[in-house]
Design a protein around this ligand. Structure first.
Ligand SMILES: C[S@@+](CC[C@H](N)C(=O)[O-])C[C@H]1O[C@@H](n2cnc3c(N)ncnc32)[C@H](O)[C@@H]1O
Length: 224
């Protein structure tokens, strides 16, 4: 097995025979939270980061040119769900980073709590991302907002949360066209979303996420 360095902190490819497996350096060695495979290379443990389960992983495999999520960053993660992608964000930012993991569904936040118990850099928050006033006292300002909530009004919800983003901070947002309008052509929806985002943010890069996630796109943007 050979480890290939990527331009993203703590994210690598493992070359195993003819296969390439995306991995992150495991911040809690010996623990896999989602039955993901663990690999040991030169006495360092890595966790498989599956692009069919994570839009962040899919964007990396699809060669997004810039990803602000890196070592020591402070992030507000909207739509943390059971914590799959947030747990890899936790690997990437490492011990000195912090990720506020927010979701409004009590059933998934229960699972999320269990992971946050194991990770000092993950803070679970049960709240509605559309009501920032309900959690403004539980978080601090951040350099990055990651949003993956699959909602029709998700850009409007993102804009409400920009109060927490530092000047020149970054936004990473995943859009599922069917959540916005099932009847429309996904490309048309992506264009409309891009236009809306551009009113407050500079678009740095974007990637459609097929074949990992059909009719999804991920944008990386910066606060103007
Ligand atoms: C596609 S899942 C997120 C998957 C997760 N990002 C991952 O990769 O592991 C979308 C999540 O957004 C949450 N969600 C949707 N609307 C929300 C809102 N207004 N506030 C907070 N969470 C929301 C849902 O409960 C769901 O868990």
């Amino acid at each position: 097995m050979k480890l290939e360095t990527l331009k993203f902190d703590n994210v690598f490819n493992i070359q195993d025979k003819n296969r390439r497996i995306l991995v992150t350096k495991n911040l809690s060695p010996g623990k896999a939270f989602f039955k993901e495979r663990l690999f040991n290379v030169d006495d360092i443990e890595y966790r498989e980061f599956n692009p069919t389960r994570s839009k962040l992983a899919a964007s990396i495999v699809k060669k997004i040119s810039f990803m602000p999520i890196k070592k020591d960053e402070k992030i507000l993660y909207l739509g943390a769900s059971h914590g799959y992608t947030p747990s890899f964000v936790s690997d990437i930012i490492g011990d000195n980073g912090l990720v506020f993991c927010l979701d409004f569904a009590p059933r998934v936040v229960r699972d999320l709590y269990m992971i946050c118990e194991e990770r000092k850099n993950m803070i679970p928050i049960l709240a509605d991302a559309n009501k920032p006033e309900t959690y403004k006292d539980r978080i601090s300002n951040v350099n990055i907002i990651f949003q993956d909530i699959a909602q029709k009004i998700q850009v409007e919800i993102l804009f409400k949360n920009l109060i927490f983003l530092n000047p020149k901070g970054y936004v990473v947002i995943a859009i599922k066209s069917r959540s916005i309008d099932v009847t429309q052509n996904p490309r048309k929806i992506f264009r409309e979303v891009e236009e809306k985002l551009s009113s407050r943010l500079k678009i740095i890069d974007k990637r459609e996420l097929d074949p990992f996630e059909r009719d999804h796109i991920l944008f990386v943007c910066q606060k103007k």
